[in-house]
Design a protein around this ligand. Sequence first.
Ligand code: SF4
Length: 363
Amino acid sequence: MTPDPFALRDPKLASKFARLFSRLAPDRRVKIVHVCGTHEIAVTQHGLRSLLPETVEVLEGPGCPVCVTSTADLDCALKIAEKGAILCTFGDMLRVPGTELSLAEAKAQGADVRTVLSAEAAVEIARRNPGREVVFFAVGFETTAPGTAAVLLDSPPQNFSVLASHKLIPPALEALMALPEVDIDAFLAPGHVSTIIGSDAYRPIAERFQVPVVVGGFEPLDVLYALALILRQLREGRAEVENAYVRAVLPQGNTRARELLAQAFRTVDAHWRGIGVIPGSGLALRGELARCDAQERFGVEGELGEEIAPGCRCADILVARALPSDCPLFGTACTPLSPVGACMVGSEGACNVWYRYGGRPQL
Ligand code: SF4
């Protein structure tokens, strides 16, 4: 039975969590990192940071797929659009800056760039335009990648191809742990991604880096419950994987979706904006599906251009070294209407979310 979402927003229960947090409060600064824009929205929209002890920080790492898409991939998309193809992608991608242009600017100059809600919608556009090449610029994590895999494996029309820029979360978590001056104490693992990959996917990370990893859902009490499990592990000196989102996430994930991913893609190294190359964190089309590889079809290569604008702290925010409020441009020179960096563009970007809802309310 689907739980009543409002039951998961019960303020009385939330205040009980606040009392629990004060009992679990660490006596040193603790940094909990999540990698999910929806978690950041839940935390900021509901003011959950105000319930946490002062010693506990919750930061968004590379949790916004739009924000981490490299200029190289974006420039490939722009070149493909320049060659006359219909370029389809998710709406948030349109305003992310490429080396010289964004897709929205290219569209304003006449490129045929269209917003879609799914890979399937792009295939539909290809069916309706048999005389045109149609390219799906595929971004997103393990949550959206199975949708791309499904259309690739379902005999798409000849005029359809994919510019694959999907990224994988577990290699990103490992990369964060290896970075200097990041000092992560625990991960709040993303519920959506975990429905696909399963909670067991984080065991190697918890064991290798000795950090608690707790999978969390997205209602306020889901997040508070997951944070309580993390704080309890830290207090007890444990570093384990726990699943605080059992109504959606299985240890093994979604087997069918994982099969689709394995059939359609192979893992490759991928460049993440603001972070650099993370080994084994990207997906490329496998075997004979390579005939649907837009990069091959159009013979385009992306060069890594300037990824971070002067003064923008996206590179620190994306690795959980800084909060949006640490950026001097936040809310002044940089707003959602005139974004300076990718973190203010994507609706799941930390700066965008903080601008809309505020960060850590002082109650
Ligand atoms: S507020 Fe704007 S300029 Fe500052 S880090 Fe965020 S996106 Fe970059």
